[in-house]
Design a protein around this ligand. Structure first.
Ligand SMILES: Cc1cc2nc3c(=O)[nH]c(=O)nc-3n(C[C@H](O)[C@H](O)[C@H](O)COP(=O)(O)OP(=O)(O)OC[C@H]3O[C@@H](n4cnc5c(N)ncnc54)[C@H](O)[C@@H]3O)c2cc1C
Ligand code: SF4
Length: 807
């Protein structure tokens, strides 16, 4: 019969330890008590939830299914109020009594509230769990004044999150330097300057004594008497281990529950793990140590006493995009044999300091450039002798030449401390699944999705192991903004940047060029679903004037003719316009459209007004057209209605921007008269079904499209096409055609992340497409006024599109 194992605390330490126990042969009937009402989630991502970058669902670590599949009894919303070590029972606040053979206490910490009068008033918040985060999100709104008491890691992440939500934020910090536990005074000053540059106000050396306001928080009073008004206050002044339960049960408790190297408490059947423990006089407030502790505890509980916990090297990384801060080990210079090696560049905001003792690295601080943190961590943890490297400690050679061979790291080395991912599991995932990019690695193993400090190491591992490694860092957009498109998309989203200029100001050279500005413009459009501040000057000239500039400086006009189906009335109007404005040539294009060529710039507004037809957008990096065949309406071979389906396809996607031009085709049978199998998206009618194909080309490159899915009806085909369409919009690089994109990503992955993605993911893709469509406009009716005069100013100074013409 299995022993009864009870776990108090459904956080990362308790559940992480259970995950380890499950790796051993089953010996326990497990019951978990958690006083929060949520399943286990990644607490370190609360900052991302507050900044609006992730939802509560995104940060779930173990779903209810996981507990069920592993036969774990989960009691959510039940707080354990007492432990009886003699009777070996725990009592819940629901009146329940549960007996145990072994007990794990994993109660974590609570927010520390310093003695500030009035701190229990409404309008005072802490930042520890999901409910706190939701309450803050409910309170935060544009223009609200927030005061964050505490300038440590949590306080700064809370401040930035609130600021991203539109609040006007002031950080009030007791000490004379920010993050003084991780940074020295110089590092703190660099950090302060960076936070202020982002718009967060910082007050140092100020003690908060009162929360002012009659019935609710209306600000704070400082020790010197100054009062700072605010709409709400967040206290982020540190954490307090939840050890009271253990103390009342008579266990040995100092600052926290005292454990030995096997994670045993003073009672032989009671163990503790995570932030609630004190090991060798140290209490940890980070996830990496608790994963290491969990492994040891799992071994202890399952009778494998070959593992011991000997303490962890402390490291911390600030998770604020654009504020790079990393610190590890002991950075004090007070020990007599300490050598400090420093580098500072105030203009670039870079500060680095290494502390060495006896030629071994014992601590480091990196601000403004944390790229080499993994190398320093390797030196720190391996206690490497650095005598031969002393001349180049702060400017080491590239890793490949420096003798840091990731292949030499042991398989058991934890690469991602936030998720406890070892080198061995990364290597295995790369080999088994053929991963070749960091994005794939993140998705598959969770490595590098936490605080980000292991990103470089993951990159090096990929480089060493993946045969087709794609170094995303090399693919920077351009030298004006030296980041990859993926990273910039992340920055735009998490930092809530709404204009191209903002991105250039904060992450680039402030000016931009004809390469990056249109790409950033597109990025804004797709990230914000068209609700950003459109900067038309950043677009290519064609998009600015809504016509295609020709080699002789004249323009071509292509009205939208959905599915290639027009009417005598439309044809008459086109003919009248062509005569009236002496259009040099009227041409039928290869895409079943009519092209009026040789139009003078000055005639464009009047031509548009006289035509009264929407723009065919035959000039843009966006949806071009849907070519259709005759289909069941008239063709004797037709088995599907290609015309109606094609017209509807065009109607659903028209006026939307895409990374590159996007052409579609719909045919009523496999004879393929409208060449749907060489279009970016093609719908091919079959007897009783539709094939949806993607990534086809008949340009410079000819490529037969890949089959995405076969579905039974036209609506299902349109829905599948929509999923691919939005997925391509969100994930392709700017100016990457679908045929390159599908080849790069692989059709299997495209399928996995679109039509076979979880329903919630599909819904989110659809919802973003719906919002983009709702925000899109027919370019010719811009400003409700077809003769919009601003469409023609300063054409000469605009970025020119790459070569290529309409078809
Ligand atoms: C906003 C934020 C950002 C962070 N960022 C980072 C970071 O970047 N890097 C990093 O390494 N760490 C970070 N941390 C710290 C990290 O999240 C913690 O170290 C980790 O979550 C601790 O896990 P734990 O399981 O020990 O405790 P917790 O996560 O606190 O879990 C304990 C659980 O037990 C429950 N509980 C307590 N008492 C009882 C009881 N009597 N009965 C039932 N249930 C009970 C609690 O409600 C809680 O759900 C961050 C923390 C926060 C809040
Ligand atoms: S593809 Fe088939 S249905 Fe369409 S026109 Fe050609 S033969 Fe007819």
């Amino acid at each position: 019969m299995n022993q009864k194992l009870v776990v108090i605390g459904n956080g990362m330490a308790g559940t992480g330890c259970i995950e380890q126990i499950l790796k051993y042969r089953r010996q326990f009937d497990i019951t978990v008590f958690g006083d929060e009402t949520h399943v286990n989630y990644n607490r370190i991502f609360l900052s991302s939830v507050l900044a609006g970058d992730k939802s509560a669902e995104d940060i779930v670590l173990n779903s209810l299914d996981w507990y069920q599949q592993n036969d774990i009894r989960l009691r959510l919303g039940v707080r354990i109020t007492a432990i009886d070590p003699g009777a070996k029972t725990v009592t819940g606040d629901d009146g329940s009594s549960t007996s145990f053979d072994k007990l794990i206490i994993a109660t974590g910490s609570s927010a520390l509230i310093p003695p500030i009068e009035g701190s229990s008033k409404p309008g005072v918040y802490v930042f520890r769990n999901l409910d706190d985060t939701r309450a803050l999100l409910d309170r935060a709104r544009h223009g609200a004044r927030a005061i964050v008491v505490g300038g440590g890691l949590l306080g700064l992440e809370a401040a930035r999150g609130l600021q991203v939500q539109g609040c006007d934020v002031t950080v009030v910090h007791l000490m004379d330097s920010l993050m003084e536990r991780q940074l020295d005074a110089i590092g703190g000053a660099y950090l302060k300057a960076r936070m202020e540059c982002l718009g967060v106000k910082v007050l140092l050396n100020r003690s908060t004594t009162h929360i002012i306001g009659e019935t609710r928080a209306e600000g704070v009073r400082l020790k010197d008497g100054e009062e700072l008004p605010a709409d709400f206050v967040v206290i982020a002044a540190g954490i307090r281990p939840n050890a009271e339960l253990a103390r009342k049960a008579g266990l040995h408790v100092n600052r926290a529950i005292v454990v030995n190297d096997f994670m045993e408490t003073s009672h032989p059947d009671i163990f503790a793990v995570g932030e609630c423990v004190e090991h060798r006089s140290v209490c940890y407030g980070l996830v990496a140590p608790l994963f290491e502790q969990g492994k040891v505890l799992a071994a202890t509980l399952t009778g494998n006493r070959d593992q011991t916990y000997e303490g962890s090297t402390l490291s911390a990384k600030l998770k604020i995009m654009g504020v790079d801060v990393f610190s590890a080990g002991d950075f004090s210079e007070s020990a007599p044999d300490s050598d400090a090696v420093r580098f500072e560049d105030p203009a670039l905001g870079i500060y680095k300091k290494l502390i060495l003792r006896n030629n071994k690295l014992v601590g480091l601080i990196l601000v403004g450039d944390t790229a080499d943190n993994h190398r320093y961590m390797h030196w720190l943890e391996s206690k490497a002798d650095l005598t031969s490297k002393r001349r180049s400690l702060l400017f080491p050679e590239p890793v490949a030449d420096a003798g840091l061979d990731v292949a030499e790291l042991p398989e058991s080395k934890v690469v991602c401390g936030c998720h406890g991912v070892t080198k061995g599991s990364i290597v295995q995932a790369v080999r088994d699944r053929g991963l070749s990019t960091l994005a794939q690695l993140k998705q598959c193993t969770r490595a590098s999705t936490g605080c980000g400090s292991c990103t470089e190491l993951c990159q090096h591992l990929l480089k060493a192991v993946a045969p087709q490694f794609e170094d995303e860092r090399q693919q920077v957009l351009c030298k004006c903004v030296p980041f990859s498109e993926e990273r910039l998309r992340e920055v735009v989203r998490t930092e809530r940047l709404r204009s191209v200029q903002q991105v250039l100001d904060i992450y680039g050279n402030g000016a931009g060029c004809a390469v990056c500005k249109p790409a950033l413009s597109y990025m804004m459009d797709v990230v914000w679903c068209g609700s950003h501040q459109e900067d038309r000057s950043a677009r290519f000239v064609n998009d600015r004037v809504h016509a295609n500039i020709q080699k002789d400086g004249t323009f071509s006009v292509v009205p939208r003719i959905r599915g290639g189906v027009t009417s005598p009335e439309e044809l008459r109007r086109i003919a009248d316009v062509a005569e009236k404005y002496r259009v040099r040539m009227v041409k039928i294009t290869g895409s079943q459209r009519i092209d009026l060529l040789g139009v003078q710039k000055s005639d464009l507004p009047n031509i548009w007004a006289d035509l009264g037809m929407p723009s065919g957008q035959a000039y843009t990096k966006g949806v071009r057209m849907v070519k259709t065949c005759v289909g069941t309406d008239f063709c004797r071979f037709g088995v599907q209605d290609s015309i109606a389906t094609g017209v509807e396809l065009e109607r659903r996607f028209e006026n939307l921007f895409t990374p590159h031009k996007l052409k579609m085709g719909v045919v009523g049978c496999p004879r393929n008269c409208a060449e749907a199998t060489v279009k970016d998206i093609g719908l091919v009618g079959q007897d009783g079904s539709w094939q949806v194909v993607v990534g086809g080309a008949a340009d410079k490159k000819v490529r037969k499209a890949d089959l995405l899915i076969t579905v039974e009806c036209s609506e299902a085909a349109l829905q599948a096409a929509a999923l691919f369409f939005q997925y391509y919009r969100e994930n392709a690089n700017f100016l990457e055609r679908t045929y390159d994109f599908v080849e790069r990503v692989g059709i299997e992955r495209v399928r996995r992340e679109t039509i076979y993605a979880p329903l919630a993911t599909q819904q989110r893709l659809r919802e973003r497409l719906r919002r983009s469509k709702a925000n899109s406009r027919d370019a010719w009716l811009e400003g409700d006024q077809p003769r919009h005069p601003t469409q023609f100013v300063q054409i000469e100074s605009l970025p020119l599109p790459p070569a290529g013409n309409i078809q």
